[in-house]
Design a protein around this ligand. Structure first.
Ligand SMILES: Cc1cc2nc3c(=O)[nH]c(=O)nc-3n(C[C@H](O)[C@H](O)[C@H](O)COP(=O)(O)O)c2cc1C
Length: 399
């Protein structure tokens, strides 16, 4: 039986863009309202050629189109508990991917920290075009969630992926979100990326971590309702939607930024590749070439993960182990020695996985067992990991 209570009282902002599937919008509005959702509809300019504003007004949701009215985009952005764009055209995916704010809908999306769901609908070739797929990947990496598209016969006569998900599927996705997960409201701190340890004014020691895994985890936790602070070393990645980012450079900076959250942290995920050692002195000017050899003394950096796991009370603490050999043995030893709740072990010497790659092959290890997962895109691993952490947090709070 469908649960009709989960959307009751929720503020759902429904964005509609210019595709044939917009004819399903009145049904979507009607079924959202049946479930007690408070619905407001925003049309792109071209959407009004596909769905009659009068039909929506008759359902009690006169659509909004223009930004001109005061600060409507800010009011809507703050009002929305969730934003869903259905149908989402190739054009709006491109606009969102590039942060364009050229109408009420995209300006509101940019101004909102609410979760955003996209139900794409377009010709199969448009969906499979590399430009659309790049936009999809960029939006997923930022934590926007896709519902569909489905495969099948299309209005244009083609067959393939690009049909808008059924209204029931869109409702189910929103109900899952509104129902809340075990991560709803959980205050999480995620570290990501490399650290940079200066040697002199121009040079330093760093590592090959891209930050992709940590950013994907921050996005997945936020998507599942956690309140996420992302403490990130230097990367070129965009901050995921709804995540608060604290940029840092060195391991010492990362240590202070993480421990500043000690009283508020219920979950800690240490995905950063933190330097174990730093040069004892960072020279203020550029070091000049002189002898044939150069000796630099390194000193130990603080162990952020171990310190967090030893806090009283400790947050649920998840570590990462990136290794080239003896991965499982090393990861298990690290889990026990540092008192972690969970460790995610990933090999960094396999082609196509690990550092800088978009894929990863991980093994989860806890005190009771070892759970290998199949290789998958980092965004998918992050979502699964967020679910897994949520379940473990729920079990812990019921224990
Ligand atoms: C009859 C017709 C049907 C269209 N259907 C779609 C569609 O299903 N999906 C899509 O991405 N674009 C479709 N387009 C193209 C969009 O309407 C066009 O890219 C428009 O600029 C989208 O603007 P918007 O995303 O701001 O609404 C269609 C255009 C026409 C004329």
């Amino acid at each position: 039986m469908e649960n009709t209570r989960q959307l009751a009282g929720r503020h759902v902002l429904l964005g509609v863009t210019g595709g044939i599937a917009a004819y399903k919008v009145p049904e979507l509005v009607r079924r959202l309202r049946e479930r007690g959702a408070d619905v407001r509809v925003v049309l792109s300019h071209s959407a009004s050629q596909f769905v009659a504003p009068g039909a929506l007004a008759a359902l009690g949701t006169p659509p909004l189109v223009e930004t001109a009215e005061g600060m409507l985009h800010i009011d809507l952005a703050r009002w929305a508990d969730v934003i869903v764009i259905a149908p989402a055209t190739a054009h709006v995916l491109a606009r969102l991917a590039h942060g364009l704010a050229d109408d009420l809908l995209t300006t509101t999306c940019l101004a909102s920290t609410a979760p955003i769901y996209l139900a794409p609908a377009m010709n199969q070739a448009m969906w499979q075009n590399a430009a659309t797929q790049d936009n999809r990947a960029a939006l997923s990496a930022r934590g926007l969630a896709f519902i569909g598209p489905a495969e099948g016969a299309q209005a244009c006569g083609d067959t393939g992926p690009g049909r808008m998900a059924e209204v029931a599927e869109i409702l189910a996705a929103l109900e899952d979100r509104s129902h809340g997960t075990a991560l709803q409201g959980v205050r999480a701190v995620v570290t990501a990326g490399p650290t940079y340890e200066p040697l002199d004014a121009a040079r330093g020691v760093t590592n090959r971590s891209s930050g992709k895994m940590g950013y994907a985890i921050a996005a997945a936790l936020a998507e599942q309702g956690a309140s996420v602070t992302l403490v990130s070393g230097p990367t070129s990645l965009a901050t995921p939607h709804g995540v608060r980012k604290v940029p840092v450079l060195t391991a010492l900076d990362m240590h202070s930024a993480v421990l500043a959250q000690r009283d508020h942290m219920q979950l800690f995920v240490g995905a950063a590749a933190v330097a174990d050692y730093r040069p004892q002195t960072a020279l203020p000017a550029k070091l000049k070439k002189s002898g044939d050899t150069l000796t630099v003394t390194f000193v130990r950096n603080p162990d952020i993960l171990a310190e967090v796991a030893a806090l009283a009370p400790a947050p649920f603490t998840v570590g990462f182990a990136a290794e080239t050999h003896d991965l499982e043995a090393y990861a298990r030893e690290k889990l026990m020695r540092k008192g972690l709740d969970l460790i995610v072990a990933n090999p960094i010497d396999e082609p196509g996985t690990g550092f800088a790659s978009d894929h990863n092959r991980v093994t989860l290890i806890d005190r009771d067992g070892t759970y290998p997962w199949a290789s998958a895109p980092k965004t998918e691993i992050a979502r699964r990991l967020a679910l897994e952490i949520g379940q473990r947090l729920a079990r812990r709070s019921h224990a």
